[in-house]
Design a protein. Structure first.
Lengths: 283, 283
């Protein structure tokens, strides 16, 4: 049961984590760091955090037992380096990033066995600390990606934390994690952003297609409202898996396109039926 | 205010229409036709329709003022032909199909000026009369696609009907309709079905990716649970527009893929930011 937690990156994810922590552990204090002063002042005003600063070194006098990275993954390198330069012998360090793989090994280089990679499978298209919700993690999966180097004790503490916040914790190899979420989350986000880009281009004949958002369009494209900086980082850090998944998807779409253009009713129906059947397995 | 309405195709759309009609017009009677006897017996049991049959000619003694096609669009040709062979001098005829264009002109060939093409922009991934909901159309757009041949009186009556059911009625050229909905509805459905096909293929290394449906995956792929027969027909009947939209989408995705692979952070952020901005215009 941690009593002093530092959240690095006070946005939607970090803010929701802080709220969840303080709801679960009545006497837990949260220190928030963010490069954006507005995020810190909002978070203090909304009582999402107890203390906060735009200077990372200000976390030192707070003496956190646990430090949680909740920034876009592109910031992990500089944060890892900075934390490594600090004297923080008692702090466990974990993260909530959507990419693990090489980032986990990089963080271990800086921080050693006390770093435990984590990824709660929770989130919405929303961003900003003002949208934080305290029950974001309840009933969700949280993937931990320990390596051969990870301290057993550190891992168990992080596992207990997420279990306490209502997550089902599952362990996974860091690189397998990136393959899996490259396919089921990152590639679909790329598809959603590209879909909006296509609708912009298709709008060019004096017809504003965004005026006709029926037929599932809203649900389908909601994730294209996700934070551009967070997603730019995910796309770049997990690009090998994402490109592979985009290429498989493009083949699937090409096959469907061929069935449509050739009006192959039987194979087309079969293609749609199989997709429906598989999607229905997801509860 | 129609008192005797025949709904052809008693599925989710036809059933929801029948429920909405009977709620709005207390003394309106609905006759349902479907080729599937189970749909008729369910619809009678659930009191969605007053009378029903699996023989189209049984609608003759019912003497409907209004006939509404709510079948997959692939059935319109045979139904149009059959209705043309009946003696139905007083019946207005309209439809709820997702494709208009050439189908509207074909129906006019069979049925003349009393046919009014219509498309309520409402629906879910659900199918089957047992899932019908009476308020499906409230607050939604309904597109009517009259042509130079359409009877003014017929159009006004159909317009009044949809307005009474809570829709905002808008008129559009039949071919423009197919361009617009090919882009904002049909192409995105193709993309969702192809996305599931890709996830099936990416699952093949002993990892069942359908066990990790986080990060918007459920919302994004919900429409891939839509009825395969209905969508096979839409894809084939509107294939020219859909293929054009798929090709534009594929170019958009290729551009995004290139920005990711080359790690062009500035252009990538701009691409995502613009997509987010445009999507946010959709309320």
């Amino acid at each position: 049961m941690p009593k002093r937690v530092c959240v690095i990156g006070v946005g939607f994810m970090g803010g929701s984590f802080a709220l969840a922590l303080r709801e679960r552990y009545a006497d837990c204090k949260v220190f928030g760091f963010d490069i954006n002063p507005e995020a810190i002042s909002k978070a203090l005003y909304l009582k999402v955090i107890d203390e906060g600063s735009v200077h990372l070194e200000d976390l030192l006098p707070f003496e956190p037992e646990l430090i949680v990275l909740a920034t876009p993954v592109g910031a992990f390198k500089s944060i890892g380096k900075a934390l490594a330069s600090f004297d923080l012998p008692k702090s466990l360090i974990t993260d909530m990033g959507s990419v693990k793989g090489h980032l986990v090994y990089m963080m271990e280089e800086y921080l050693g066995e006390r770093f435990v990679g984590g990824h709660p499978i929770a989130g919405t298209e929303k961003s900003g600390v003002e949208n934080s919700v305290r029950d974001l993690f309840k009933g969700k999966k949280c993937i931990l990606t320990p390596t051969g180097r990870t301290s057993h004790q550190a891992k168990e503490k992080v596992k207990e934390l997420w279990t306490d916040l209502g997550c089902f914790v599952e362990e996974m190899d860091p690189y397998l994690h990136d393959y899996v979420f490259g396919a089921v989350s990152h590639m679909p986000h790329a598809v959603a952003f590209a879909l909006i880009d296509a609708i912009i281009k298709l709008s060019k004949d004096g017809v504003d297609l965004f005026e006709y958002p029926g037929g599932g369009f809203k649900d389908f494209t909601r994730i294209a409202m996700s934070d551009p900086i967070m997603w730019k980082d995910i796309f770049i850090e997990n690009r090998e898996n994402i490109i592979k998944a985009i290429d498989i998807f493009s083949e699937s779409l090409k096959r469907l396109r061929d069935l449509i253009i050739d009006a192959k009713t039987k194979e087309l129906t079969e293609y749609l039926r199989e997709a429906k059947k598989q999607r229905e397995r997801v509860k």
